[in-house]
Design a protein around this ligand. Sequence first.
Ligand code: SAH
Length: 361
Amino acid sequence: MEGDGADGIAEVVDAAGRPLALGAYSSDSQIVARLWSFDGRLPDAGLFRERFAAARALRAEVVPPQTTGYRAVNSEGDLCPGVLLDVYGETAVLELTTAGTEIWRADLEAAAREVFAPVKLIVRETGIRRDSGQSPIPDTKSEIDLAPFLENGLRYLADVGAGQKTGFFLDQRDNRARLRALSPGRRVLNLFSYTGAFSVAALAGGATRAVDVDSSAAALALARRHRAENALSADGSDFVDADVFEDLRRRVAEGQRWDAVVCDPPAFAKKKADVDRAARGYKDVNRLAMTLVSPGGWLLTCSCSGLVDADLFQKIVFSASAEARASFALVARQGAGPDHPVSLDCPEGEYLKGMWMRRAP
Ligand code: SAH
């Protein structure tokens, strides 16, 4: 290794010293270099603009109508490793997830302003903290800052100041659309609800009731607001501030039945050593959730742990159904939508697995 990496640029050479690729340098990360070019082009303002413009062109082809919230730049999937850009109406949130891209902040920010022209641009730097093993988002309370946007005609608010991710889970758009289509006349239980976006889609689709369960009071307050924004029914008891595992045990003990259950937990496995424990967590939560689904009803179960691949997740879900003595058919798989492209070079980018299952009538 040569140089001190102060410019954030990593040059990868072969054994004979011939240049192979240029990328972003992150000294403390397990992935020391994330590669941006293989033709000798320097990652600079011009390249950032080009890559962002190509990303924008893809979105113009795949983002559905009446939708102003979408992932505009998706890291490796848009040849921009370490860079995420989410657009929420007039606001855009640029997240720099590696130390290397943080060094290029000024040029990346300028390119985002130029190509996407947001009225307001928020920049979040999460790379150095993540590389050094700290929690990605500082625990300080930011000001309340809500960015309104539309998704398939429904009104949502992204909590861009203090929320999780960049403020909203855009990757679940297509699953929300499917739930909406399946909802007429159904009662829906939305586990790990965050700000209740699945419930809004379900009620808009004709669900008779939707209940959100989450351990974040702030997220539930916004869930309530989401119902009001869309003129949808909301009872105080529709928002349950609880640990999902405890809440599910109580519901199972009471013999409750629901026509549709959504189970979208946070990533249980963040590092390899977590995978066994995560598998147990997924099995437990799915066994309990499956027990609650009425005959002929639906379960959407998700995992966003990159370390638990689709095969392993399906095996875990199968053993949960065996333990629950419940017969389910896998009807569809749906992960993140097409505004979350995945590079074939970096299949790890495909982290979200969603399984739609119907319980035997
Ligand atoms: N389905 C949501 C995103 C879920 S993110 C959407 O589409 O917007 C995961 C959520 O799980 C977070 O809101 C977090 O507060 C919540 N959470 C994490 N652990 C939990 C637990 N043990 N019990 C209840 N909620 C939990």
